[in-house]
Design a protein around this ligand. Structure first.
Ligand code: FDA
Length: 303
């Protein structure tokens, strides 16, 4: 992550900036580019629209770092409602969850129980659950909870971040449990002893991990990037693969390439966030592409 992006994340943490973004039309308009809306109805509308374009989806009820059991219960109920709606409306997709939304910041046992509930609910409807990877303070626990749940339920997948030094070892171990592995670059601010810092190093690590993942026929690779070079690499490795794989991209990022890949016969899954807790998600999207901040500032000035 660049120095500018790191500063952006630090500034965004302040209360006045959060208020400025969340409380203005310009801020909400910017969020609207990346977030389907604040309600499940809006998320389902977007999912239906993308399904019609030949894209599958992963719905993410926004929320993270919750600190009390009531919020965990609310997140689980929200996801159960989401799963039920997806099945009832025949939406082609699954859900993506964050374990800190299920209490990982304060009670790992509660998180494991919540994960079991969601994996069971999804399994009964023939759906799957992908676990997002959050900042490195949670990696160990997330990998452990994924492994246990995947062994029990068999309908899960996990995001792994190419920038972490530990990821090659995690990937090798987790490949034994089937499921799907979403390979992404990594979106959090991390120190050099934990993660690669430069874009070129991260891209090279992604390429190495991608080679390993695409060669493993026991796992479903989910190639989560909008980077043309890595997309091309995945397509070329796919020619040697007999089992399926998919591309994954974020709602609002490079929609044309999403449709083009689907039109050439690839499975493309779009990650659709929704809900009221959109601010931290938006900050990560801005940090990935600081030019997005320019759009916000121009919209703010021209109010
Ligand atoms: P890169 O950042 O090099 O972008 C390539 C091109 O894509 C850019 O040149 C630009 O055109 C476009 N682009 C990328 N980001 C953009 C943005 N925000 N706005 C506008 N254009 C943009 N991370 C994580 O730590 N844990 C996780 O669980 C996940 N989950 C996840 C799911 C899915 C489906 C995706 C696609 C990504 C994630 N990520 C994630 C985020 C990921 O780690 C990474 O930060 C972003 O995908 C950006 O990296 P790219 O691979 O797209 O490359």
């Amino acid at each position: 992550m660049s120095a500018f992006s790191r500063s952006l994340v630090a500034v965004a943490d302040s209360v006045p900036v959060r208020r400025l973004v969340m409380g203005t039309r310009a801020g909400r308009a910017l969020a609207h580019r990346f977030v389907a809306g604040e309600t499940l109805d809006e998320a389902i509308d977007v999912a239906r629209h993308l399904n019609r374009q030949g894209l599958v989806v992963s719905l993410d009820l926004l929320g993270e770092e919750v600190t009390e059991p009531g919020s965990v219960e609310a997140a689980i109920s929200g996801y159960e409602e989401c799963l039920t709606r997806m099945a009832a409306e025949g939406i082609a997709g699954n859900i993506s969850i964050k374990l800190t939304q299920l209490g990982l910041a304060f009670n790992q046992q509660l998180t494991g129980a919540g994960l079991d509930r969601l994996a069971t609910a999804a399994g009964e409807l023939g759906l799957s659950v992908t676990i997002d990877m959050e900042d490195s303070g949670y990696t160990d626990a997330t990998v452990g909870l994924y492994e246990a749940a995947q062994r029990r339920h068999g309908n899960l997948g996990l995001a792994l971040q190419a920038y972490l030094h530990r990821t090659p070892a995690d990937l090798e171990r987790l490949a034994n449990w089937g499921g799907h592995i979403r390979l992404c670059k990594g979106a959090y601010v991390e120190p050099p002893d934990v993660a690669l810092q430069g874009k070129h190093e991260v891209d090279a690590a992604f390429a190495r991990l991608l080679e390993f993942l695409m060669a493993d026929e026991g796992v479903m690779p989910a190639v989560a990037t909008h980077d043309d070079r890595l997309i091309d690499l995945a397509r070329s490795r796919a020619q040697r693969r007999t089992e399926p794989f998919e591309f994954q991209m974020l709602y609002g990022v490079r929609p044309r390439i999403q449709r083009e890949l689907a039109a050439t016969g690839h499975q493309v899954r779009i990650y659709i966030p929704y809900g009221i807790a959109w601010y931290p998600y938006l900050v990560r999207r801005l940090a990935e592409r600081p030019a997005n901040v320019g759009f916000f500032l121009r919209a703010l000035i021209s109010r």
